[in-house]
Write a protein that binds this ligand. Structure first.
Ligand SMILES: NC(=O)c1ccc[n+]([C@@H]2O[C@H](COP(=O)([O-])OP(=O)(O)OC[C@H]3O[C@@H](n4cnc5c(N)ncnc54)[C@H](OP(=O)(O)O)[C@@H]3O)[C@@H](O)[C@H]2O)c1
Length: 250
């Protein structure tokens, strides 16, 4: 039996390193996936690949900073699939740099995309999930929410906020059959992590630091798919680190 047979799963940030790995892994476990991001071209490349492997995949263009775009996406998903079993938020923008160099606009963009973006998609799917009496949400935050990196402070603050948002909302959903969990990845092989490392090295005037505990997008995808599945039925409101032990906090 596959972990996510016939489950309808909406993934935001699905063209990214981690989002696309979650999409592939969810498909391998029998899910029907809806992939979202701003660039339809990137999503269609991915859905074509998944469909060519015999999976059920649909691309829907969504900008998570725009509530109207999210509302339309949810209507589209419901009109095609009649239900939404799972939501994964894996959206981000790169806002790296030294504290003094980051503008108000950059901070606001991170808040709008990550904290409010995750909040908006959850607010949009929860009425359907509560009326179904079931649902599972996984939000990707990040290690920096526990252990901030000085060149990634807007993202670190967003991750900490998501950890709190998820815990509070998970508690509110306890009697509605909806589970909400957070994954906090450590360094993951990706263009995003390379960019952060180069920026950090240039701000500190050092060579690019090598991390011994670097994971892959598939490591995060394995955890996400398991948390979405019924095998994690007794788990909600938790923050799972997927970091090879890299986080130095409890
Ligand atoms: N990579 C790591 O090492 C690492 C470590 C810890 C935590 N994380 C977290 O994991 C998540 C995914 O990271 P990643 O490395 O996969 O990032 P990524 O490769 O940069 O992907 C980001 C995704 O977000 C989408 N996106 C950006 N702005 C959007 C918007 N306004 N509306 C809709 N989609 C939007 C992008 O597609 P479009 O540009 O087409 O919209 C893309 O699909 C992020 O939350 C990140 O902070 C990553």
């Amino acid at each position: 039996m596959k972990l996510l047979s016939d489950r309808v799963i909406w993934i935001t940030g699905a063209s990214g390193a981690i989002g696309s790995a979650i999409a592939e892994r969810a498909c391998a476990e029998g899910a029907r996936v809806i992939l979202s991001g701003r660039s339809l071209e990137k999503l269609v490349t991915l859905t074509d690949l998944l469909i060519s492997k015999g999976h059920a995949a649909t691309a829907i263009q969504v900008d998570v900073t725009d509530s109207a775009s999210i509302k339309i996406a949810v209507q589209q998903i419901l009109s095609e699939f009649k239900r939404i079993d799972c939501l994964v938020n894996s959206t981000s923008i790169s806002a790296f740099g030294s504290f003094q160099d980051l503008s108000d606009e950059t901070w606001l963009e991170v808040i709008d995309t990550k904290i409010l973006g995750y909040m908006r998609t959850m607010r949009a799917v929860l009425p359907q999930m509560t009326s179904q009496g079931s649902g599972s949400i996984v939000n990707i935050s990040g290690r920096s929410g526990h252990q901030p990196t000085t060149t990634h402070l807007p993202g670190a603050c967003a991750n900490a906020a998501i950890n709190v948002l998820d815990k509070g909302l998970a508690d509110a959903m306890l009697d509605h059959g909806v589970r909400i969990n957070t994954i906090a990845p450590g360094p993951i092989v990706s263009a995003r992590f390379d960019k952060l490392q180069s920026m950090t090295a240039s701000v500190n005037g050092q060579a690019v630091q090598k991390f011994k505990q670097t994971g892959t997008p598939e490591d995060v995808a394995n955890a996400a798919v398991w948390l979405l599945s019924d095998q994690a039925r007794h788990i909600t409101g938790t923050i799972m680190s997927v970091d090879g032990g890299a986080t130095a906090t409890v």
